[in-house]
Design a protein around this ligand. Sequence first.
Ligand SMILES: Nc1ncnc2c1ncn2[C@@H]1O[C@H](COP(=O)(O)OP(=O)(O)O)[C@@H](O)[C@H]1O
Ligand SMILES: [Mg+2]
Length: 230
Amino acid sequence: MIEVDEIDVSYGNIQVLWDLSFHISEEDSVVAIVGPNGAGKSTLLRVMSGLHPVDDGRVTAWGEDVAGMDPSEVVRQGFVHVSEERNLFGDMTVRENLEMGAYTKRAELRETMREVFELFPILEERQEQRAGSMSGGQQQMLAIGRGLMARPKILALDEPSEGLAPQITTRVFEKIEEISDEVTVLLVEQHVHKALGLAERAYLLENGEMVTEDTGAALLESEHIKQAYL
Ligand SMILES: Nc1ncnc2c1ncn2[C@@H]1O[C@H](COP(=O)(O)OP(=O)(O)O)[C@@H](O)[C@H]1O
Ligand SMILES: [Mg+2]
């Protein structure tokens, strides 16, 4: 369970998140945060991961204050964030990238890799290939697979469809739906339609503020969303 309680967040003296509250737990299947470029979605994920501090308010992961935690400790607790940059090691093989993802869960590495290969057979076929030589869609699958190697309770995916062709995006979303049977997914997307279609609960983030929280279905029907995003 991650609880974000009335946080203010800045870069230098420019404030980008305002009095923002949010929560997600293992009881959730898919929660979406949608909103335009620059709204603060990635910043929120960075704060939840212990990568960026709050000026005010509090973030707790399973009851512990994230402010006092090393980012690897947040991962160990069960929150894993696949960033929008993907951050793969391009010169390393697919298998080596997956192994890196298991740095907090070495003991279960073989078993988890088997599960990841079951979900993404392409990664097993290409396991000796350099990550940097894979297609965009394959790299996104690898980034998600690497996140799963840490055996998260909550997996956050930042713009998983970014830069992918529509057909590939559809495939990635099918995989996300499959993952959500086992692991809670926090989906951050500009691809509003697809994200809200999957999400039970969804938030609209605009200009650093959570402006709406509702079911994904209800947000899809809202006039504001229809006019601004669909
Ligand atoms: N490293 C940074 N330094 C300064 N400003 C940043 C940095 N990263 C993001 N910002 C600014 O913070 C705001 C929120 O950005 P971001 O969290 O990336 O939004 P989103 O993910 O919704 O597109 C934007 O105005 C962006 O320009
Ligand atoms: Mg972003």
